[in-house]
Design a protein around this ligand. Structure first.
Ligand code: 13P
Length: 284
């Protein structure tokens, strides 16, 4: 059943878990995520990232995601990931998405606040929740096109500053906040070093659900510590995307391979990967 982001994050809060938010830029990944959620009887967030419009436009995948959410046997929130323009955000709202992420992290703090305030005003009048990002969740050089890499990576412009998070929240009243504390989008080139104290500090100042972006490749221990400190939504895509292709390496022969085989086997491989992620996020 389709639910709001608030409802799904409340489940996470009550159970002290995080809900997996998976990007679904094709039918195979969409089916993989919904089936994984139903098999584990877990709530889930399906999301479309604006940067995936070249794979499938929001206008096409959006209504299909909403239809899948309505049919699902578990609670499903339909979310826009990294909407950077008003146009994309309002389009997702008109379509009936549960929630949107307005990513104003490329702007200075004042402009980010101003834009987010406007988006929140429209969204809340429609019963839609808003996630925002503060700090810059960078993109590794392999995969993970959802973020952007600031020109100079210093802790000041990369990591979320707790005081900024507080000021931002007070002025925007967003429903969830993505913070930068050491994760990156895409494949990690070196082992992630998470600043878990930062998560705790922000959570104490801003008592709303916090979001981890760049969830692929974080250790099980770090997922659990992040959740304990206040992370309630974990964005995850790169490793599931890889799993959907890696099965090809294990085939004895590539002769007589048809696209249908890739579609079916790729979906199954992604589903296994998503089940593993959901279980880690919910400590099963
Ligand atoms: P990964 O692709 O690194 O798992 O991150 C996904 C994400 O953060 C989407 O916003």
């Amino acid at each position: 059943m389709k639910v709001s982001l608030n409802e799904i994050l409340q489940i996470a809060e009550n159970k002290n878990i995080a809900i997996g938010a998976f990007n679904v830029p094709n039918l195979e990944s969409l089916m993989a995520v919904i089936e994984a959620a139903e098999e584990t009887n877990s709530p889930v967030i399906i999301q479309h990232a604006e940067v995936h419009n070249h794979l499938i436009p929001l206008e096409i995948i959006g209504p299909i995601m909403i239809d899948f959410a309505h049919r699902a046997k578990v609670p499903v929130a339909v979310h826009l990931d990294h909407g950077t323009s008003f146009n994309t955000c309002t389009k997702a709202m008109q379509m009936g998405f549960s929630s949107i992420m307005y990513d104003g992290s490329a702007h200075n703090m004042n402009d980010n606040i101003k834009n987010t305030q406007e988006i929140v005003k429209i969204a809340h009048s429609l019963g839609i929740q808003v996630e925002a990002e503060l700090g810059s969740i960078a993109t590794s050089s392999i995969g993970g096109g959802e973020g952007r890499t600031p020109k100079s990576l210093t802790p000041e412009n990369l990591y979320t500053q707790p005081k900024d998070a507080f000021d931002f929240y007070i002025q925007t009243k967003v429903d969830a906040l993505a913070i930068s504390f050491g994760t990156v989008h895409g494949v990690y080139l070196t082992e992630p070093q998470l600043n878990l104290n930062l998560v705790q500090e922000v959570k104490q100042l801003v008592n709303i659900p916090l979001v981890m972006h760049g969830g692929s490749g974080v250790s099980e221990k770090d997922y659990h510590l992040s959740i304990t400190n206040g992370i309630r939504k974990i964005n995850y895509y790169t490793y599931m995307n890889r799993a959907g292709a890696n099965f090809i390496k294990d085939l004895d022969t590539h002769d007589n391979l048809f696209f249908d085989d890739i579609s079916i086997q790729g979906k199954e491989s992604m589903k296994k990967n998503v089940i593993k992620a959901i279980n880690m996020f919910s400590k099963k």
